[in-house]
Design a protein around this ligand. Structure first.
Ligand code: SAM
Length: 281
């Protein structure tokens, strides 16, 4: 019988954040595929776990994925771990997960910390809709193009960032997105954990010195604001936009008008009057 592929999350700094289930499974599986075997070995040694490890990183992902799949098909249980947090999330693992799914291998997630969710939860930014953009491009031109594409997104924006680029990224974000509230979540769960909150321009000034820009970081930026209203509120303030949204979700025009009226807390007649007025503009 084929084995199982486990995606095992590990701490993003504080070793106490490892789960009981992760510890049990890391001790039980036949092989642990690690982004960096030396790094994971330290974690395993700390918890007294003896296990066979193999490297699985972006440079050998292709061949390793095939080898690991063969092992699983012959009955071995394999765990993937990355250096920190949830594997596959901006870390190696995607190819093996895809291959496992295509070959009907059971894929079992073993949840735990992830820097983006940890940062978002503590950021104080709206969490109802968010966009995770991974790392922004390293070059300013490409970064500014990407930020321009995301400018009107009605969602909290989340990016991973490193200490060397944070100042330049904050400056570009301020110039392209305009002044917005933001949070730089630094060294989460570690000794020097910091959640630096402020406007983009303030944070850009603050992180311009390399002394303050140290460690691992997540950048969280508030959603687009147009004339005092978020893009989402603005969309809903326009009854035509709301009706269109409801229609694209499958309602016919009558039902969409009725639902829009209800959502806006107005009568159907009033909703219809507003729609006609808006269309006349
Ligand atoms: N798979 C990981 C996860 O689930 O969070 C993310 C891996 S990604 C290659 C590494 C990036 O995550 C870092 O450059 C940083 O932006 C962010 N990160 C990881 N640990 C962090 C921490 N303790 N505090 C803040 N950001 C962190």
């Amino acid at each position: 019988m084929a084995g199982t592929l486990y995606l095992v999350s590990t701490p993003i700094g504080n070793l106490e954040d490892i789960t009981q289930r992760a510890l049990r499974l890391l001790g039980e599986v036949d092989v642990i595929a690690c982004e960096d075997t030396r790094h994971t070995r330290k974690l395993l040694n700390h918890f007294g776990i003896k296990a066979k490890t193999v490297s699985y990183h972006e440079h050998n992902e292709r061949e390793r994925a095939t080898e690991l799949l063969e092992l699983i098909n012959r009955g071995s249980d394999v765990a993937i771990v990355s250096d920190a947090g949830t594997p596959v999330i901006n870390d190696p693992g995607f190819r093996l997960v895809q291959l496992a799914i295509a070959n009907n291998v059971r894929v079992v997630p073993v949840p735990g910390p992830s820097a983006l969710i940890t940062a978002l939860a503590a950021s104080g930014m709206p969490t109802d809709e968010f966009f995770f953009g991974g790392f922004l491009p390293a070059r300013s031109g490409a970064r500014r193009t990407r930020l321009t594409e995301l400018r009107l997104l009605p969602a909290t924006l989340i990016f991973y960032e490193g200490p060397h680029r944070i100042a330049a990224t904050l400056k570009d974000a301020h110039e392209i997105l305009g002044e917005r509230e933001a949070v730089v979540a630094r060294e989460l769960t570690k000794l020097h954990e910091e959640l630096a909150r402020g406007r983009l321009s303030e944070l850009a000034a603050r992180f311009s010195s390399s002394a303050s820009a140290r460690g691992e970081m997540v950048l969280i930026i508030d959603r687009a604001v147009i004339q005092g209203e978020s893009v989402k509120e603005k969309a809903f303030a326009s009854i035509a936009a709301l009706i269109m949204q409801l229609e694209s979700a499958g309602l016919d025009h009558r039902a969409a008008l009725k639902k829009a009226a209800k959502e806006l807390g107005i009568s159907r007649d009033e909703a219809y009057r507003r729609l006609v007025a808006e269309r006349g503009n």
